[in-house]
Structures are given as structure tokens and as C-alpha cells.
Design a protein. Structure first.
Length: 396
């Protein structure tokens, strides 16, 4: 059985590539659709969903690299001539579908990979592939755009595969020619090949379709600006004004750390370097819980099981600022999901004239606030939640 293609047959290399890639792609589609539909309401359900997504991503990447090798191979290989060179419309359609399939081999897994790499958390890619990509920043906006592209491109791929299989079946069952058997068993046909020039039209059409699909994807990108530009809570009183800062949380999920932050929060700070009756001042932090983004699990984090944004749109931390061994401590009450708990946040302060830079970290236990009660297994969602605060404030 010859390894290379000829004018009348597909060689073993092309056929092995074709069926291996087809198998990987069809399995990746099946896993993607099933994983997407699985519930995530309990720890076991979430673990199952994440595991299927991990398989989906790993298999998808295997398809990507094999697909690249296949494309390089196809660039060098001659193609067997069509069995019905006179059927111009049918040929154009078949080649258009082939071009869409070739483009999909790159665009579909790459968009999935960029979506994954732009966000931390949920369903890691299994060995030997890394979780990040050197040219992809950690950004919700990039992740959303790539996610929308993955969604649209998988639809285009699905449609192309359906047409492709329908075409193969038509040849086999209606025309009763050797089109399928050439790819399946390496059968040689026709007896007297009639050379055909490959037209540019199908390639141009396929590129145009892919560009349209990419344009469509931009319309589907969820509007993250809406969250970021939600009206901020009113400025809080105090003798220091927060100029900028980040309030972030980190939690372990399925064994990987996920970090996210609140886009909208305010802090009213009263602070004096010289303590009065053992107190340096006080702080009241108001947090818009709906402004949280947490990697790929933002939606889940906002649901009733966790932050319950619909019922508790704000969380507050009211504390006294006390001296502490390595700086200061904000000691008070955190109200989250309507539950009050004492919390002490140690922090360091660098005061330069009328500007202060504050850095503090505290680890909370989500169970103290009744968060994620049905996730009682730490392997799915860790109990500790690390809160990091970094801010710059100006004396007013
Ligand atoms: C040839 C390879 C691939 C194919 C054919 C494919 C196909 C699919 C399909 C059909 C879905 C389900 C969409 C739905 O039901 O709405 C999906 C979802 C998804 N895929 Fe892929 N995929 C591939 C590669 C990848 C890769 C390499 C990654 C990441 C490294 C990835 C990440 C994802 C993610 C995160 C989702 C869920 C998207 C969401 O829920 O918004 N995919 N994929
Ligand atoms: C059960 C599913 C499939 C069947 C029955 C099938 C059948 C065939 C057949 C009969 C041919 C030869 C067409 C010709 O002689 O012009 C072919 C070619 C091709 N198939 Fe498939 N295929 C399947 C799945 C896939 C999938 C999932 C992909 C990739 C995403 C794919 C990509 C291609 C490409 C790119 C060619 C063109 C090869 C060339 O460059 O000449 N196929 N397929």
C-alpha cells in the first residue's frame, strides 16, 4: 500500500491523518457538548464537569497539533483527481467544505486555547500542555472574545462536517462511486484520470465565511464593561481618600488557584499615625459583590450558592485600625451574604507625605459565611479564601 498520494488514490499517510484527526475532532465535539450541558450544582457534579472539560481541552489540543501536521503534509502532497470533474458546482461545494475543515483545524482549537489561557481556573489542560500561552494576557475581555469565537467557529465546523459526511454518503449510496472507498481503504479510481486545476474560489469563499463568523463572534462577546462601569458606591467619609487599589480573592478550585477581583468598592478611612486610646482610626469598606470577576467561574461565584449577589448585592467590613506587631490591623466585622463574622486584616502602610500605600492579606473560611454548602469537598472548591488588598490613599 503506497504511503504517498497519486492521481488516483490516497496514500496511507493521508488516510491515517484523515481518520485520526476526524476521530479526535468528533470526540472533542461530543465531549464539549456533553460537558457544557452537565450540571454543576454539587461538588461531585462540578468535578465530573471539570474532568470532561479537561479531556475535551487536552484532546482538542492533540487534534490541533495533529491537524497542523496534516496541513503541512497536505501542502506538499498531490491530490487524487475528482471522480466527476465535469460537476463544477458540486466540486466547488466539496472544496469549499474541505477549506472550511482545514481552517477549522486551526481556528477552533486555537480559540479554545486562548479562551482557556486568558483566565485562571476551571478544568486544567492535562499533561503535557501548559495552562497559559506566552502571547495571551490574563484578561476577562480576551477570554470572552476567544470564548465567543470558539462558540461560533464550532458551529461553522459542525455545519461543515455535516455537509462533508452528507457528500461522502451521497457519493457512496447514490452515485455509487469510489469517493468514500478511496479515503476508507485506499482504493484506486478512476481508471483514466482527468487532471483538474484547483480553483481559488472555494478557498476565497471559505476565508470569507470564516471572517464573517469572526465578525459574528464579536457581536456575541458579553459586555464586561457593564460590570466595570456599574455606578460605584458613593465616596465614603474619612480623612483619607482612596485613589486606586485592588481588592482580590484567591481560591483553589479543582486543584488550581483562581484569582479574581471586585471592580467596584469604596473605603472610608479615618487614620492618624499617632494612636488615641490605642486606636489609629477606623475603616468602612463597601463592596459591590456583583462586580466580582473570578476567571471562568464568575457566573457560578455570583450565584446563590456562593456570593448570592441577587439577595446580597453588597458586603461591608467595618473595623477599628489598631497597632500590630508588623504594622497595623483592621479589626472588626465582615458582613457577607448577610452573615456577620469577626475578621482581623493585618496590613502594612508606607506613608510618604500625604500619600499612603497599604498592603494587607487575610485568609477567610468560606464556610463561616455559609458559602458553597453543597461543595463540602475541598478538592472541588477549597475552604480558604485569600483576600488581598492593595491601595493608595491621599490625605484629604
Ligand atoms: C478541535 C478541537 C475542538 C473542538 C472541535 C471543540 C468543540 C467544542 C464544542 C462543540 C463545545 C461546546 C459548545 C456548546 O455546546 O455550546 C466546546 C466548548 C468549549 N471548549 Fe472546545 N473544542 C475544541 C478544542 C478546545 C480546546 C483546545 C480548548 C481549550 C484549551 C477548548 C475549550 C473549550 C471551552 C472552555 C468550552 C466551553 C465554552 C463555554 O462554556 O463558554 N476547546 N468546544
Ligand atoms: C465520518 C466522518 C467523515 C467521513 C465519512 C469523511 C469522508 C471523506 C472523504 C470520502 C474524503 C475524500 C473526498 C474527496 O475525494 O474529494 C474526505 C476528505 C477530507 N476530509 Fe473527511 N470525512 C469525515 C470526517 C472528517 C472530519 C471530521 C474532518 C476534519 C475536520 C475531515 C476533513 C477532510 C478534509 C480536509 C478532506 C480533504 C482532503 C484533501 O485535501 O483532499 N473529514 N473525507
Amino acid at each position: 500500500m503506497p504511503a504517498r498520494n497519486s492521481d488516483t488514490r490516497f496514500g496511507t499517510v493521508t488516510r491515517t491523518f484523515h481518520w485520526l484527526v476526524a476521530l479526535l475532532i468528533l470526540t472533542a465535539i461530543l465531549l464539549g457538548v456533553i460537558a457544557n450541558r452537565l450540571p454543576h450544582d454539587t461538588a461531585e457534579a462540578l468535578a465530573r464537569k471539570a474532568q470532561l472539560f479537561s479531556f475535551h481541552k487536552t484532546l482538542g489540543l492533540a487534534a490541533f497539533f495533529l491537524g497542523l501536521a496534516r496541513i503541512l503534509w497536505a501542502l506538499e502532497e498531490r491530490r487524487p483527481v475528482p471522480l466527476h470533474p465535469q460537476r463544477k458546482v458540486e466540486l466547488t461545494l466539496a472544496w469549499l467544505v474541505h477549506w472550511i475543515l482545514y481552517l477549522s483545524l486551526v481556528a477552533v482549537p486555537l480559540s479554545g486555547w486562548v479562551h482557556h489561557a486568558a483566565m485562571t481556573g476551571f478544568a486544567p489542560i492535562l499533561w503535557p500542555f501548559g495552562q497559559t500561552l506566552p502571547f495571551v494576557p490574563q484578561s476577562q475581555a480576551v477570554a470572552n472574545a476567544a470564548g465567543a469565537a470558539h462558540w461560533v467557529f464550532t458551529r461553522l465546523l459542525g455545519l461543515a462536517i455535516l455537509l462533508h459526511i452528507a457528500g461522502a454518503m451521497k457519493h457512496h449510496l447514490i452515485d455509487r462511486d469510489a469517493t468514500l472507498l478511496r479515503m476508507l481503504r485506499g482504493v484506486s479510481a478512476p481508471d483514466r484520470p482527468h487532471p483538474v486545476r484547483h480553483a481559488a474560489l472555494p478557498a476565497i469563499l471559505a476565508l470569507a465565511l470564516y471572517s464573517t463568523a469572526a465578525g459574528l463572534a464579536t457581536l456575541l462577546v458579553p459586555n464586561t464593561e457593564a460590570v466595570a462601569s456599574a455606578p460605584p458606591p458613593p465616596p465614603a467619609a474619612g480623612n483619607w481618600t482612596v485613589e486606586d487599589g485592588t481588592l482580590s480573592i484567591t481560591v483553589r478550585q479543582m486543584g488550581a488557584e483562581v484569582t479574581g477581583s471586585f471592580a467596584a468598592w469604596t473605603a472610608g478611612i479615618t487614620f492618624d499615625e499617632t494612636p488615641t486610646e490605642g486606636r489609629h482610626g477606623s475603616v468602612v469598606v463597601t463592596i459591590d459583590t456583583g462586580s466580582l470577576t473570578l476567571g471562568s467561574v464568575t457566573r457560578q461565584a455570583q450565584e446563590a450558592e456562593f456570593f448570592d449577589v441577587a439577595t446580597h448585592p453588597t458586603a461591608t467590613f467595618s473595623a477599628d485600625i489598631l497597632p500590630a506587631p508588623d504594622g497595623y490591623a483592621a479589626q472588626g466585622t465582615l458582613t457577607l451574604r448577610g452573615v456577620d463574622r469577626p475578621v482581623t486584616l493585618p496590613f502594612s502602610l508606607l506613608i510618604d507625605g500625604d500619600t499612603a500605600r497599604m498592603t494587607g492579606t487575610v485568609t477567610l473560611d468560606r464556610r463561616d459565611f455559609g458559602m458553597g454548602q453543597s461543595y463540602d469537598d475541598e478538592a472541588a472548591v477549597g475552604f480558604p479564601v485569600v483576600v488581598d488588598v492593595v491601595l493608595t490613599a491621599a490625605r484629604s
